[in-house]
Design a protein around this ligand. Structure first.
Ligand code: AMP
Length: 122
């Protein structure tokens, strides 16, 4: 999938749309999800133009990857999610219902999160 430079997270990175920032690093940005699914719901994105984890893991530099993982952990700490526990999740492509075509890792916390994924009803 080609990167769409007009996706909503690209627009946040360019400052065209506001966000509730949690933290910013050299290569990453973390902000609160606009439609939170749990008391803590933070998104962490790389600043580079990567569609998905597939794209990022294949093409990002070591520095970008290290920065992203550090930012993820620090965002969870700053959001107060560590003590009670949290879940990280990245939707990748159609089967996962990825809506925004710019890699983002969700951090969910602040409540019991239930089982890992929905089982299909038969
Ligand atoms: P996904 O289904 O993994 O692609 O998730 C996309 C997420 O982006 C959803 O949880 C949305 O609520 C969130 N989202 C969409 N637009 C914005 C925005 N302007 N600011 C913050 N979060 C957003």
């Amino acid at each position: 999938m080609a990167y769409d430079p007009n996706n909503v997270f690209a627009r946040i990175l360019r400052g065209e749309i506001p966000c509730k920032k949690v933290l910013e690093t050299k290569h990453s940005l973390a902000f609160h999800d606009i439609n939170p699914q749990s008391p803590v719901h933070v998104l962490v994105i790389p600043k580079g133009a990567y569609v998905s984890m597939d794209d990022f893991s294949a093409k990002a530099s070591e520095a970008e990857i290290a920065d992203f993982i550090r930012a993820l952990g620090e965002a969870a700490r700053q959001a107060g999610a560590v003590e009670g526990g949290y879940r990280i999740l990245a939707n990748n492509g159609a089967n996962a219902n990825q809506e925004v075509p710019h890699l983002h890792m969700h951090i969910f916390g602040g409540r019991r999160l239930g089982r890992m994924i929905d089982r299909p009803s038969s």
